[in-house]
Design a protein around this ligand. Sequence first.
Ligand code: HAM
Length: 414
Amino acid sequence: MKLRPVRGTHDIFGEEINKFNQISKVVSKNAKLKDFREIQTPIFEFSNLFSKPLGEHSDVVLKEMYSFEDRNNEFLTLRPEYTTPMIRAAITNNLLNDIPLKIFGIGPMFRRERPQKGRYRQFNQINFEILGTKDVLADVELISLSNIILNELLPRNKIILNINSLGDKHSLSNFKKNLAKYFNTHKKKLSNESIKKIDSNPLRILDSKFEEDIEISKSSPKIYEFLTKEAKMHYENLKKSLKVLDINFVEDFNLVRGLDYYCNTVFEFKTNSLGSQDTLLGGGRYDGLIKVLGGPDIPGIGWAAGIERIALLMESEKKINSNVHIAVTNEKFIDYFLHLQKYLSENKISYYWNYKYNLKKSFTKANSSSASHVIIIGENEFNGNFYTIKSLLTGEQKELKLDQIYNFLNDKSR
Ligand code: HAM
C-alpha cells in the first residue's frame, strides 16, 4: 500500500510552516497586549463534554466527531473545538476563582468533514475566551482583537465582519417556535436534510448551504423581532461601540453559527477569496454554557479562527532562505571551509551548503533558490588564502579575504 497521510490531514512544512509560525507570533503578541493567558488542553476529552453543549442536532455532533471507546470502556473524543475544553480546564483547575478570566489557546482540532480547499479533518485553531462578564465591552474587546489580528496578518485582503444577536434564552425559544412554524408552511421547498431539522432545530436550516434552503430562509422570521428589551439593548450597545472604534460591520440576521451554545452576540469574519470555505473566524456569547458544563452560573464569550484558512490568504513572506550558498569543489578543503562557516556564523550571515563537493551541482541549487551570492572554495582559493564571491544577480566575481566578506555583503550598492 502506498504511504500516504489520512484523508483530510496534511503535513505542514516549507512556506506553510513559516506562515503558521508568523500567525502564532502575531497572536501571542496581541494576546499579551490584552492580558490573555495561554492555556493548552489535551487533544482528547470525555465524549459527553461535547455532545450536549455543542448541540445533539448540530452537524459536528451528529456526523463529525472522532469518538472511540477506550479499553476501560470510557468514551473519548478528539476535540472538535476548543471552547468546551477550555471551560472544562478553567473549572477543573479552579481558574474561575478570579473572574473575568481571559484565556487563549492555539492547537489542532478534529472534525470528520468532507475535505476540500480550506476544510480539513485535522485543522488548527486560534481560540480566545473571556469567562465571567456580561459586559458588552467584552464582546467589543474580542471583536476588536480579532480585527487587529486579521488586519495584521492579512493587510491586503477584504474581510467582512458580520454580526447578529440571537438574544437570550427567552428570545431564542420564541424565535425557534416561529421559525419552525414558518418552515413547516414551506416544507415542500426545503432540502430533505432541512425538513428533518424543522422541529428538532430549525436554527440549523438558516445556515444550510443548499440553494433551496437559502432561498426560503431569505423571507423567514428574523430574530431581531423576538429580542427582549435587554437583549436588544446589548446588541445596540455593541453596534454603537463598534462604530466608535471605526470597525465596519454588516448585520446578517440569518447568522446563527453552527454550534448550539450561543446566545446574544454572534459574529463571523468572512472573505470572498476562499470559495465556499469563506469563514475565517467565528464566535459569540454562550451565557449558559459554563453552568451546563458543571461550573458556576457565569457568562462567557469567545471566538476561534482557522489557521489553515488564514495561511491560505497570507502572501508568501520574502523567502527566509539563506542569501549565500557555498560551493566546495573538493573534500580536501574541509578545514578551509570550516573557517568560513565559523566566520559566517559569528557575523550572523545565513548560508546554505548542499553537502556536495561539486561546483556545478552547487550552482544549480543556488540558481534555483533566492541566493544572492555563491562563495567558491577551490584549489586557487585554498592556495591563495582567499574566497571567491560571485553575485548571482550581476555575475560579478571578486576575490576576498575572510574578514572582507561581511562588509562586501553589506554594501547595499552591490
Ligand atoms: P467554528 O465556527 O466551528 O467555531 O470554527 C471556527 C473557525 O475554525 C472557522 O471559522 C474556520 O476558520 C475554522 N474551521 C472550522 N472547521 C474547519 C475545518 N474543517 N477545516 C479548517 N478550518 C476549520 C468554533 O469552533 C467555536 N468554538 C468558536 C468559539 C470560540 N465560539 C466561542 N468561542
